[in-house]
Design a protein around this ligand. Structure first.
Ligand code: ZN
Length: 267
């Protein structure tokens, strides 16, 4: 039997019957507990990396926003051990890993300069986690045979730095380790829609998502190029249009959250 076919059959036998919050069915070759373990391991490695230093005050600011957003998540997501960490890196970037691990670079705070704009970024990244996008990408790589080494790397076999970086990229932290792997349009749209609704439910102004992406598009780094974040999060013009159209529809949700006492005050 050709390897590709046997892999496909194995995939069918092993795949979890998962669906996204809006009902799209997914082929997943990794379980939630495996994914969570991978995310937590990767996060510990990042924190231990001596090229990055962690920033406690900025971490507690990000943690405050994460806590407000996570309170609105359904189970099992709400019950994860959510943890936010700020890294002293000038490149504007953020990610959320399976297992509830959120990273922001301090350079992002120049663009996400209000709690609502930062909530827009973090809400989007949490959307990738809730939709199991990392699991889908790892599964796609395994089916395409290019990611078998990635799974091996996670299992501790034959784990070259390149393979660990590939795994990080598949989980959405690729810009952090220099391996750019853009999310697909569908994944981006799902994370945008979910994140903007989540921020409104938590009492963050959903219009700030538009401001954030406009600022991201306008930002130019010290090397005269746009933020790397835009390479892994493509089509800023299209998403600004969609987020602008959705914002008015989310205002009642936002106002109801505020009226119910959900008034995050993160600083
Ligand atoms: Zn994204």
């Amino acid at each position: 039997m050709p390897l590709r076919l046997s892999l496909a059959l194995t995939a069918l036998l092993l795949s979890a019957c998962a669906t996204t919050p809006d009902g799209r069915s997914q082929v997943l070759l990794v379980s939630d507990s495996q994914l969570n373990q991978m995310g937590q391991t990767a996060f510990e490695q990042m924190k231990a990396n001596d090229r990055t230093s962690t920033v406690p005050a900025r971490s507690s600011y990000a943690q405050c926003i994460v806590n407000a957003l996570v309170a609105e998540l359904p189970d099992p997501w709400r019950g994860l051990p959510w943890e936010a960490q700020a890294f002293a890196i000038a490149e504007p970037n953020a990610f959320a890993l399976p297992g509830g691990k959120v990273g922001i670079n301090t350079g992002l705070l120049r663009i996400a300069d209000t709690q609502d704009k930062l909530a827009a970024v973090i809400g989007h990244e949490i959307g990738h986690v809730v939709y199991r996008h990392a699991g889908e990408r790892i599964s796609q790589q395994q089916l395409a045979q290019t990611g078998i080494a990635v799974a091996g790397a996670y299992a501790g076999r034959n784990s070259s730095p390149e393979q660990v970086n590939q795994l990080m990229a598949a989980m959405g932290a690729g810009a952090q380790v220099g391996v750019l792997l853009p999310f697909s349009r569908r994944h981006e749209t799902e994370a945008d829609v979910y994140g903007q609704r989540l921020m409104a439910e938590a009492g963050f102004d959903p219009r700030a998502a538009v401001d954030l992406w406009q600022g991201m598009q306008a930002a130019t780094g010290s090397q005269g190029r746009p933020p790397l974040f835009l390479s892994t999060h493509p089509d800023p013009a299209g998403r600004i249009r969609a987020l602008s159209e959705a914002a008015p529809r989310l205002m009642p949700t936002y106002q109801a959250a505020r009226a119910a006492g959900k008034r995050p005050n993160c600083r």
